[in-house]
Design a protein around this ligand. Structure first.
Ligand code: VG1
Ligand code: CO
Length: 560
């Protein structure tokens, strides 16, 4: 009885302070995927959906009193509404200070930068990254921890478990915060600071790269570049860095204004969706350098004049040339790549005499290696590259890295990459996606593959002999944790590989990703068309996985 009375009294006290405790019922679908919880906007608009997930985060991360978090998103539809809700929930959950990004927009790497620079408790980033935006598009929420990186699996699982039993959330009954200007105010006991994240991010880039050398290149009159921000979060950062600080001509940044629907663009920097940039880079008078970033600014695509750089190659090139860049001139401690990423970086690591780690897909698996100082650079085939400067991948960082190498060597993108192939050999690489599959069909295909693994060794497909076949599982060398079921690998003789896995970021049906790789030392073969060079492996994948039988599809919906 006494307990009940004291609970009632404390609820009364809180409600006098403006804190409301709202009863809610769990949703059963809030398990975060490869990078946070991603769903259709309409799903997040259900009453309590966002609130339940955010409350689950707050419940799990522990004592928040006097702690500071950062809050912002990639600017997509529902961003502002969600930010206002989360500020009020933060105030009602006893957080000391919330740093909210100006206009609610922060790129994922800039959030990581702020968490690290100001030693914050963490950050809530509202992003569905490269997924389409607008009212019909996707929305997402992820929590980054104090090292500035994505929550590790144990934490996302704890948040998910909490979401299954949640029965109330806390929210402050106060006015919306003005996100249009920098300010500092109180909401209940919490300080709400609206701040501009661009300055800190630009400052960090200045420490890593030779801005004088890059400025000389960009203002020399002999060099032209274009950066496509895809109407997403990187526009203002790119303008500040390239146009204001590095003196690139005004037209260097296109699609520079963040829009809630990304202006109808699918903000995924690849050969299908970065259409405007590809038109420019394939034209007769193409600039020397082209690049694009995704919705939340952590991905990058690098292009030369009529020349595409495969992301796996990009990581290998950055590693091989890191000594030219001030922030990395002391050498690299190691490299890591996600398992499906090509083995081009491994070859460079071997040459440099440093370790190369193979991790599951998703940036969260790099965090421990970076924190322990075991690696300096890391990357994924999915247009993601980064280093120990942050704990997220970083699109503009990769672009600046390339510009720094070009400024230091005077070479074009194509010259740099072809020189790299001549020295290390070429890893022909491509990914085929089968999007929007029926979930049951995709699972059945993977189950069948899993069951057939032991029978594959020694058999021939598409002219290749299977040497090894397994399902990848990863033992984190730093904390010993085990992650199972991370993709099926089929290794062939002649240094070739196929990897199969299901995407963990989509919101409709299932996406099957198939990754192809073939190593070729002979420079005479390096100029072959990628799909042709991989055709034997593509045939092999069709036979081994019986793709047509399981999916009813004759061809992938996306080739990168
Ligand atoms: C994809 C990529 C993966 C990347 C993830 C998040 O995941 O393959 O490499 O880390 O997106 O990137 P999946 O599970 O769909 O294959 V981002 O730019 O969305 O934060
Ligand atoms: Co992204």
């Amino acid at each position: 009885m006494d307990g009940l009375i004291s609970t009632i009294n404390s609820i009364k006290r809180e409600s006098d302070m403006g804190i409301q405790i709202i009863a809610t019922r769990p949703f059963n679908d809030q398990r975060p995927g490869t990078s946070g919880l991603r769903k259709k906007v309409s799903c997040f608009q259900q009453p309590g959906y966002l609130e339940n997930f955010v409350q689950s985060i707050f419940d799990v991360i522990g004592d928040l009193k006097k702690e500071t978090i950062v809050l912002g998103g990639d600017g997509r539809y529902y961003n502002r509404k969600a930010i206002q809700t989360i500020i009020k929930m933060a105030a009602a959950n006893g957080i000391g200070r919330t740093m909210v990004a100006l206009r609610g927009i922060i790129s994922t790497p800039a959030a990581s930068c702020v968490i690290r620079k100001y030693s914050l408790k963490g950050g809530i980033i509202l992003s569905a990254s490269h997924n389409p935006g607008g009212p019909e598009g996707d929305f997402g929420v992820k929590y980054d921890i104090e090292n500035g990186g994505p929550s590790p699996e144990q934490l996302t699982e704890a948040i998910y478990r909490r979401s299954l039993e949640i029965d109330r959330y806390r929210i402050f009954d106060g006015p919306d915060v003005d996100l249009e200007r920098v300010s500092e105010d109180h909401m209940g006991d919490m300080v709400v600071e609206v701040f501009d994240p661009i300055v800190d991010y630009v400052g960090l880039m200045e420490q890593l790269f030779d801005f004088d050398q890059i400025r000389e290149l960009l203002s020399s009159g002999n060099f032209s570049m274009v950066f496509d921000a895809m109407n997403a979060s990187t526009g203002p950062y790119a303008r500040a860095i390239f146009e204001e600080v590095l003196n690139a001509p005004k037209a260097a940044v296109i699609n520079a204004v963040p829009l809630p629907d990304f202006g109808g663009i699918h903000p995924d920097p690849n050969l299908k969706y970065a259409r405007r940039l590809l038109e420019i880079m394939n034209s007769e008078d193409a600039p020397d350098f082209g690049a694009a970033s995704d919705g939340d600014g952590d991905r990058n695509m690098i292009l030369g004049r009529r020349f595409f750089v495969t992301p796996s190659d990009s990581l290998a090139v950055l590693a091989a040339n890191a000594h030219l860049v001030p922030g990395y001139s002391k050498g690299l401690s190691g490299i890591a790549r996600s398992m499906p990423t090509s083995m081009a970086p491994d070859i460079v690591a071997k040459d440099l005499g440093i370790p190369c780690y193979e991790t599951p897909t998703g940036w969260k698996f790099f965090g421990n290696l970076l924190d322990a100082g075991r690696i300096t650079l890391c990357g994924e085939e999915s247009f993601g590259t980064g280093s120990d400067h942050l704990r997220e991948k970083d699109g503009l960082w990769a672009v600046l890295f390339w510009l720094n190498i070009m400024a230091a060597t005077g070479k074009s993108v194509q010259e740099i990459v072809e020189g790299h192939w001549r020295r290390f050999g070429r890893n022909f690489y491509s990914r085929h996606d089968y999007e929007g599959l029926e979930v049951d069909a995709a699972n059945a295909l993977m189950d069948h593959l899993r069951e057939s693994l032991s029978d594959l060794v020694g058999r021939h497909f598409g002219g290749y002999e299977v040497e090894d076949a397994d399902e990848f599982c990863y033992r984190d060398p730093v904390d010993g944790s085990l992650s199972t079921g991370q993709g099926i690998r089929i290794v062939f003789k002649k240094k070739s590989r196929i990897v199969f896995r299901l995407s963990g970021t989509g919101t409709v049906g299932a996406t099957l990703r198939i990754y192809f790789e073939r190593y070729e030392k002979d420079p005479l073969i390096h100029h072959q068309d990628i799909q042709k060079a991989l055709s034997g492996l593509i045939t092999a994948a069709g036979q081994i996985a019986q793709i047509r039988d399981y999916t009813g599809r004759d061809a992938p919906s996306l080739i990168t």
